[in-house]
Design a protein around this ligand. Structure first.
Ligand code: AMP
Ligand code: MG
Length: 328
């Protein structure tokens, strides 16, 4: 299959035609690129799993263009869920609610709940509007690989496997949406993101953050390897350990690279590095592109620990998975 990469009106019109004919289409959002299909067309949804090589017990998020899109997708919308929707949608958040009866189980991986997201990215919203139906989509990468934040990243993973990539430039936020489960008694964050626990607590009073231990996988995706570059990746506690890891790896001929904040990069001497920028928003926006670049130019990636708090805490949630939890 030939994979087209198109921009603008032409891309959206072609994308909508493909979705209507039961195909999958990659599209930009403010978080990462998604790989979408008509959420009510089971055969089309199955193509997402095939193109990604994704296990079928890992559910997809259903994307809508506006609040009317919620109709038929969910039941029992709690006051808390309404408040979160009101405050944060459109934006980088996914709200888990009880699913409507017509939402196919292949979208929810057999669960009675469904994740709903309303992207703020104008191209995403125009695309969903043009399709005229909710779009089920996970990130548009091959299963376990780094999530895509540009059309080029999608092309690298999906060339030949999907008919169209809608190119909307680089993603502003840069990591996947925050997922909040509003189907439980206490709202629970299943995946941290740019909308932080503190921001959600401001609306909900209290939220539980995911403790890290998966007994019954509530967000089934959490039990899988994720966001992994093709080469070994580790997290360094600080600049000093990054330098030591770099020099050790160099000696072994591993061709290392350090990914770090601007301030740390200044301490690295002539060592190869990728600069993430300084602010939370820059670091979040740049992290996946840095990992993509790292695996291309190096054989060993050392990422600086970026902290546990706020947005950087969410970024580290991804980076620690990229590294398989390995800290040096
Ligand atoms: P991706 O953004 O590629 O990771 O794919 C969507 C993610 O949304 C999955 O990995 C799940 O963790 C999460 N998700 C989607 N629907 C649900 C749901 N009903 N309950 C819990 N998690 C969900
Ligand atoms: Mg993903």
């Amino acid at each position: 299959m030939q994979t087209l990469v198109l921009k603008g009106k032409e891309a959206i019109e072609k994308g909508a035609r493909l979705i209507a004919s039961g195909e999958v289409v990659a599209f930009p959002t403010e978080t990462v690129y998604g790989l979408g299909a008509d959420a009510f067309n089971e055969a089309a949804v199955k193509k997402i799993f095939i193109a990604k090589g994704r296990p079928s017990d890992n559910p997809l998020i259903v994307h809508i263009a506006d609040k009317n899109g919620l109709q038929g997708l969910v039941t029992d919308v709690s006051e808390g869920a309404k408040a979160v929707i009101e405050k944060f949608m459109p934006g980088p958040i996914t709200v888990i609610m009880k699913k409507g009866k017509d939402v196919p189980y292949c979208v929810t991986a057999g669960l009675e709940t469904v994740g709903i997201r309303m992207p703020s990215h104008e191209v995403a919203r125009e695309f969903i509007r043009a399709c005229g139906k909710p779009i089920a989509a996970p990130s548009a990468n091959k299963s376990t690989h780094i999530s895509p934040t540009s059309a080029e990243h999608v092309f690298e993973d999906m060339n030949g496997a999907i008919p169209l990539i809608i190119d909307g430039g680089e993603c502003e936020v840069g990591i996947e949406s925050t997922i909040i489960d509003m189907s439980t008694d206490v709202p629970t964050i299943l995946r941290p993101g740019a909308i932080t626990a503190e921001m959600l607590a401001g609306v909900l009073g209290a939220v539980k953050t995911f403790s890290g231990k998966v007994v019954v996988a509530k967000a089934p995706g959490m039990k899988y390897k994720h966001y992994a570059p093709r080469c070994e990746t580790v997290v360094a506690e600080d600049a000093e350990s990054a330098i030591k890891a770099y020099d050790d790896a160099s000696e072994k001929g591993l061709n290392p690279v350090v990914i770090a904040k601007t301030g740390t990069c200044a301490l690295l001497g002539g060592r190869t590095h990728i600069d993430l920028g300084n602010t939370d928003a820059e670091i979040c926006r740049n992290i996946y592109a840095a990992l993509h670049r790292g695996e291309k130019i190096a054989g060993y990636i050392i990422c600086e620990h970026l902290g546990d708090k706020g947005v950087c805490g969410s970024v580290m949630n991804r980076v620690l998975k990229s590294a398989g939890g390995k800290i040096v």
